[in-house]
Design a protein around this ligand. Sequence first.
Ligand code: ZN
Length: 981
Amino acid sequence: MELVTNQCKSETKPSTKDDAYPSGRSVSDIGYPWQTFRCQKACKAIIDNPVLVYYILNQILRIHNKMGQRPKGSSAKSNLSVSSSGEASNNGKGTPLDDNNKNVVVVAKRSSYVILALFVLVIYGTWGVYHYQFESLPAPLTLEQVGKRGFSEHEAMKHVEALTQLGPHPVGSVALNRALQYVLQASETIKKTAHWEVDVEVDFFHAKSGANNLVGGLFKGKTLVYSDLNHIVLRLLPKYASEAGENAILVSSHIDSVFSAEGAGDCSSCVAVMLELARGISQWAHGFKNAVIFLFNTGEEDGLNGAHSFITQHPWSDTIQLAIDLEAMGIGGKSSIFQAGPHPWAIENYAFVAKYPSAQIIAEDIFSSGAIKSATDFQVYKELAGLSGLDFAYMDNTAVYHTKNDRLELLKPGSLQHLGDNMLAFLLHAAASSNLPKGKGESSQDKAIYFDILGTYMITFRQRLANMLYNSVILQSLLIWTMSVLMGGYVAAISLALSCLSVILMWICSISFSVIVAFILPLVSSSPVPFVACPWLVVGLFGAPALLGAFIGHHMGYLILQSYLSRTFVGRKRNLPTSVQADVAKLDAERWLYKTGLLQWLILLMVGNYYKIGSSYLALAWLISPAFAYGLLEATLSPARLPKPLKTLTLLIGLSIPFLISSGMIIRLTATVIGTVIRFVRNPGSTPEWLGNMIIAIFIAAIICLTMVYLLSYVHISGAKMPIIVATCILFAISLGAVWMGVVPPFTEDTARAVNVVHVVDTTGTYSEKLKPVSYISLFSTTPGNLIKEADQIGEGFVCGRDRLQDFVTFSVNYSCWTDKGAETGWVASDIPAMHVEKDTKEENRITQILIDTKLSTRWSLGINTKQIEDFQLKDTVLFEELIPLGEKSSVDGWHIIQFSGGTKAPTKFDLTLFWNKTRATITSDDEKKENLLLRIRSDVDRQTAQIEKVLQKLPLWCSLFGKSTIPNTLAFLGSLPVDF
Ligand SMILES: [Zn+2]
C-alpha cells in the first residue's frame, strides 16, 4: 500500500500573535504536541514513514486552525469567535454574548431532521453495501458464451443436478458409489476431450484403512478411523513437460453428503465447479509449469477422512505445493475465502487475478477462534501436510446446512459462475507460475491480512507492515492523548474519565437491554429463537433495544460530563454569561464524546495488535478515518475559541470508509450467527433456551456500540432524542408483537428446524445378565426450544421430558421425546453389536483383549474410559490391519472416543487390546454409573424401520433431520462393557 501525497508548495509560518496561547484553555481544544510546522520536515516524514497518518492529520489541523484564527475585518477584538455551523445556524436559538460580542452566538442545538437523516443514511448505506458486496452475482453463462476454455455455470449445474438426484449420499451408502461413478465418468469425458498436448490422468483411488488423529479443536480426545473410502483423482499437466508433475496445485472437495441432505450446496456445488474447471483447464494445461490435481474425496462429513487418506496414502500427494479447498457452510451465494495461508503467496496472487474477489480475514479469525464448531479438509492440508493455500466456502443461508433444504432449488443462479470465474483465473495464473511457494512460509510476520471492498477490489498486506502501521498509530495516538491530558490538567483528566464512563454506560445499557429481550423471547414465543426463518426480525428484537440502551447509557454519561464541564466553566470563563457557559459545556461535552469514540477504537486496535488478530485493520479504519475527519474539519486547536457544534460533514467523511469496508461484512456475519442457531445445542437439553439468543443479543449490541459511538455523540444536543426513543420502541414493539402473535413463523419449510428421530435399541448395563434390551424412538433437537408442538403433531405416543438420559457416546441427550410404540420391531437381536472379552491377564501389567463385532454397522463410536485404560490398539480382524497403533491417547472428561466410518465393504469385526493403568482410579464422582463403564459403544444403521418411517411421514414440514459426524443415523444400538466385567 502506498500513500500518495501532494507536494508541499509553501511553508506556513506561524505568526507569533496568532500562536499566543491565552491562559484560559478550553478543554476540548488542547493537547496537540506539535508546536511548529515545517513543510519539508513533514514531507520527509511522510516519505520516510508513510504511516504517519496522525502526523499529517495534526498538521492539517494546525493549518486549518490558523486559517480560522486569521482576523477577518474587525474580529480582532473577538477572541470568542464562536460561530455556528451548517444546520445549527439556521434555527437561530443561540445565546447572544455580552456587549463586546454582540455579533457572536453560541449554538448548542442541532436539528432533529439531520440526525434522523443520518440514521436513514446509515441504514440504507449499510444495506446497499451488503447488497452490492454479497448479493450481486454474475450472470450464469452457457457453453456457447464461454467457449471450450471458459467456465460455464450451465454446464456445472448439470453435475449438481445429477448428484442431487441421487438423494443423500453419505459414506457407506449405495448412492455414494453411484455418485463416485458419475464423477468418474465425467472425468473420463474430460480426458477424452482434452487438448491433444494435455495429459489427463484419472485415478479411481481406493484408500486403505487409516486413523485420523488431528489434535486441533474439535478432534481432541478422538481418533477418527476410516475404511473402504474411494476418491476420484484427476491430474492435468502438459504432455511434453513432464517435470510439471513434480509441482502440483491441489483443488479439493468432497462428494459425500450427510444422511439428511442431498447436498446441493455441500458439496455438489463444489464438485460441479471442479469438474467444470477441469474441463476448461484441459484446454489450457499444455502451457503450464505445474500440474493441477483435482481431488473428489469421500469421507469429509465423518471427520475429514477423505483428505487424510489422500494425503497419507496417495503417491501424488508428495508433489503438492499448494492446496485449495472448496466447501459449503450454507448454500450458494458468493463463495468467499475464509482461510488463507500460512504462506501469503496464494492469497496475494488470488487478490491480483480474481475477477470478483470475495475474502474476509474476519471470517478466519472467527473460525480459528473455535466459535464455529466446524472443521474443513483444509485443516488436514495445513496441519498434516504442512501446505499453504486457500479455503473457500459458500455461506449464504447457513440455516439450511446439513438439512433437507440443502437442495437444488435453493442454489442461487450465479453462485457457481462467481466461484468458477475466480478459480479459473487463479488456477491459470498459479499453474503457469514458476515460483509456487514451498510449505508454510518463513515467519508469522509474512502472514497476509486480506479483505475485499464491495466484492470488486481486494486488499492484502502482510503482518509485518500491519505491525509497523498499527504500532505507529498506537504510539502517536497515545502520545496525543497523554499530551492532551497533561496539558489540560485536572479538568481534562476528569473530562476524559467522564466521557469514558459514558462509553462504558453505553455498553452496559446496550447489552443489558438486548439481553433482557433474549430472556423474554422464550417466554412469549412458541420458539425461543423465533427469528431464524426471518432474520431481519433481529433488527427490531435486539437491534432496537440495543440502540435504545446505547443511546440512554451514552446520554447519561453526557449529562454527567456536561454538568461537570459547566461547573468548571464557572471558574474558568468568568467573562461569559451563565447561559452561554451551559451551552458551551454542551458543545464541549459533545466533542469529548466523539473523541472517546476514537479512544474506544484505539483500545481495540491495541488489543488486536497485541494478539495479532487479522481483522485489526477494521479498528484502524474506525480510528483513523474519524480522527482524520475531526482534525480536518473541526480544527479548534485555538484555545481562545469556544467549541462549535460538530459538523455533519465530519461524520460523513469520517465514517464513509469504515462503513464501506465493514457494513456488508457485519450483515453477513450476523446472518451467519443467526443461521447457526439451528444447530446450536450440542447435547440437547443441556443448555438453557435463552443461551443462543443471548449470544446473538450481545453480538448485535456490540456491533451497535462499536459503530454508533460517533453518531450517538451528535444526538445529545439535537432534537432527535425523543424521536429515536419512540422509533426504537415502536420498532421493538412491532417485532415483539409479530413474534407474540405468531405472525412470523419461527421455522418454515425452507428454513427448517433441525430435529433427529432415532430408533434406539439400548443394551447398556445388561452385560452378563440376560436382560431384554430397551427399545424406543427418540426425538431430539439441536435447535433451542422444547418439542411439544412437534410431538403433538406427530402423535405416535411421544412423551417429552428430561427423565430419559440418552448416552450416544459422542454426545448425550438430556431433553427429548420418546415413544415405545412400534419400537419392538424393525431390528433383531443379532443386529446388536457385541463386545466379547477374549483374553484378560489380571497381572501387574493388565492387558485385556476384546473382540468387537458391529454386525450391520460400518459407522460406530466407541468410548474408552481413560481413567482405567492407559493405552490401546485397534486391529481389523479380517485383514489384520492395524487401525489405531499404540501411543499416547488424548482424552476429554476421562474418555477417548473412536469414531469409525467406512464404505459398504468396510470390516465389522475388530480386535481391541486394552492396556490398563497401573494405578487404577477410584470411582467417587456423581455419575458413577458412567464411570463404572469401561467401554461404551453406539453403532448406527442407515435404515428406516417401519415406525421411523411413520414418524418421518408425520414430521412437520418445518422440521428436518440434521446430519453431523457425531449424530446417529435413524437406527442406533447402544451397548457397554462394565469395568468389572
Ligand atoms: Zn462440506
